[in-house]
Ligand binder design. Structure first.
Ligand code: NAG
Ligand code: NAG
Ligand code: NAG
Ligand code: NAG
Ligand code: ZN
Length: 535
């Protein structure tokens, strides 16, 4: 007998119904009371990423109190099984999933959210936290699952529900180690995955992008600078940046591309000028909003260099200024505080060889950045993109003579996995053409590819329309846990939806109270429909 049958048969003998301690909470009186009650419980237990022991114990205790079978795995995920009820006993099992961890940020850096509970505040039609992130992402998803799992199994109050696995994953906000560590055996037999980690009520999410990272390293010989050169630091700042997937379709500026252009123009127009180093970007998944270049020009040409920077600023404002009016490109004498550049601009100043500089600038100007293709099936969805996110210099004299290497980090994404293979090949050709080396992550993080024939999508759209009057089908140009979990659920379909949450991952995070009720109604509608479907 498959494991899952055994687990779903482990009927709840104990009908003890544990009620959440909602009465004492700020959210007392909000509807649905059970969902808010469980959310208040969750908020009272610190659970930032990497600190999920308390919330895991709470979930396991919940299962015990409800008389439901539960399990954990070495990754720290929690599984809770509930048999079907209200006529849904024989329906195909459904996985209801949310992540247990939250991004814990506080206004006062002295507040340690690994030990401090979230203090809930009701503010009109919104619930927020007092001075910290709220954890509605994904605490409300968890709370809704608990409310469903706690429904009576028998008697007149037993709702129509298919057999359910509540799956609570760890560390979605950091490494996705929970999703990667799920034990597929424990989900065997489930044909639907309903993820509750979306943030716009009315949207039915049906896809996500896969991705990987490339690291192209180019070595430039450092050669003695000609006499009389003055080192100058160009600085691009004031760009909006943003998430390398979610914001790539905004077509905003890329500070690394801009600084490379400034350096290129200095080398092209100022005889005797040389490049010293480039740097910029902060995170592999952030569009760079700031970058620097150190160039050296003859003392008499400092005004010409300043004019090139000023021209670049006005050209980029012409191109991007409607959206990004704060772009600035400044040029100033190299500050001696800048250790890496200053180190090779000491008493014996060194420049990048002109061939090395051309390879570096050629790579930056040719590496793709932006949307490469939009989806033909989901209008407006970037299907394939790449973001150039970091350029970082490092001195490397191991070849026997002074050299400076620059590593260029890119983050290609696609919701069509074969396109990722082509992006990797493109990066390899580009590296080869410029005499650079390529390293990369692989295999890629999987994509969740939109299935236009999905019955589960139809049912979820209908359940949403029944409650809200309309529904949007959308996909996300970033990685989601669902894509990873689907690898453990061969043949299964997935959807994701959630209540309306704003400013997640920040101290301004808030959730719209009136829509939590609609969110829960959509979930109940969908599950009632799935309970009535033949297995
Ligand atoms: C997955 O779960 C099954 C059933 O409980 C168990 O036998 C197996 O050892 C687990 N696998 C891992 C890798 O934990
Ligand atoms: C330094 O450069 C050499 C090639 O000259 C390369 O093999 C080595 O990996 C580089 N070191 C680092 C730390 O990147
Ligand atoms: C989904 O719904 C549309 C119309 O709403 C229908 O044409 C289509 O056949 C349905 N597909 C499935 C797989 O149920
Ligand atoms: C690349 C870099 O670190 N640039 C720094 C150079 O020095 C100035 C002034 O100290 C800083 O503002 C830059 O951030
Ligand atoms: Zn989330």
């Amino acid at each position: 007998m498959p494991v899952r049958t055994l687990l779903f048969m482990a009927a709840a003998a104990c009908l003890l119904v544990a009620r959440p301690a909602v009465a004492a909470s700020a959210v007392a009186g909000l509807e649905p009371a059970d969902v808010w009650g469980y959310f208040a419980d969750i908020a009272a237990i610190p659970h930032p990423s990497g600190h999920t022991e308390g919330i895991r114990a709470y979930l396991l205790d919940f299962a015990d109190q409800q008389g439901l079978q539960s399990a954990t795995d070495p990754a720290g995920n929690v599984y809770i099984w509930r048999p079907g009820s209200g006529g849904g006993e024989g329906a195909a099992p459904v996985v209801l999933q949310a992540h247990m961890d939250m991004v814990g940020v506080a206004n006062d850096p002295a507040i340690d959210l690994t030990v401090t509970p979230i203090s809930l505040v009701v503010d009109g039609d919104w619930v927020r936290a007092d001075g910290s992130s709220l954890g509605a992402d994904n605490g409300l998803g968890m709370a809704a699952i608990l409310a469903v799992l706690a429904a009576p199994l028998e008697g007149p109050g037993a709702p129509p529900l298919p057999p359910l696995v509540g799956l609570f994953t760890v560390d979605e906000e950091t490494s996705l180690s929970g999703a990667w560590g799920v034990n597929a055996t424990l989900l065997e037999g489930a044909s639907s995955l309903v993820n509750l980690d979306s943030e716009v009520l009315g949207q039915v999410i049906v896809g996500s992008a896969g991705g990987f990272q490339t690291y192209i390293t180019t070595q430039a010989a450092l050669v003695p600078a000609a006499d009389g050169l003055v080192p100058l630091e160009a600085h691009v700042a004031g760009l909006l940046g943003g998430h390398s997937g979610l914001h790539i379709q905004d077509d905003g500026g890329n500070a690394i591309k801009m600084i490379a252009w400034v350096a290129d123009q200095v080398l092209a127009h100022i005889p005797g000028a040389c490049a010293v180093e480039l740097s910029g970007g902060t995170a592999i998944n952030a569009i760079p909003s700031e970058a620097w270049a150190v160039v050296a020009v003859p003392a008499s040409q400092q005004g010409a260099a300043a004019a090139i920077a000023a021209q670049a600023q006005s050209d980029f404002l012409l191109e991007y200024g409607d959206r990004e009016p704060d772009i600035t490109i400044s040029l100033a004498p190299l500050a001696q505080a800048n250790a890496t550049a200053a180190a090779h601009w000491g008493s014996a100043p060194l420049c990048l060889s002109s061939q090395g500089a051309r390879a570096l600038l050629g790579l930056i100007l040719n590496l793709p950045h932006g949307v490469i293709k939009y989806s033909h099936t989901l209008e407006g969805l970037p299907e394939t993109s790449s973001a150039l996110t970091i350029v970082s210099p490092a001195r490397n004299d191991s070849g026997g003579s002074p050299a400076l290497q620059h590593t260029l980090t890119s983050y290609p994404r696609s919701s069509i996995e074969p396109e990722l293979g082509r992006m990797l090949e493109q990066a390899q050709y580009l590296a080869d053409a410029f005499g650079a080396t390529l390293e990369h992550t692989w295999p890629f993080n999987p994509a969740w590819t939109f299935d236009p024939t999905s019955h589960l999508t139809n049912l979820t759209v209908q359940a949403t329309e029944d409650v809200l009057g309309s529904a949007d089908v959308a996909a996300v140009h970033a990685g989601l846990e669902v894509a990873i979990l689907l690898q453990d659920l061969p043949g299964a379909s997935a959807v994701s939806f959630g209540p309306t949450i704003q400013n997640a991952h920040s101290t301004r995070e808030r959730v719209q109270v009136s829509l939590v009720q609609s969110f829960y109604a959509i979930l109940q509608n969908l599950l009632a429909t799935l309970a009535a479907e033949p297995a």
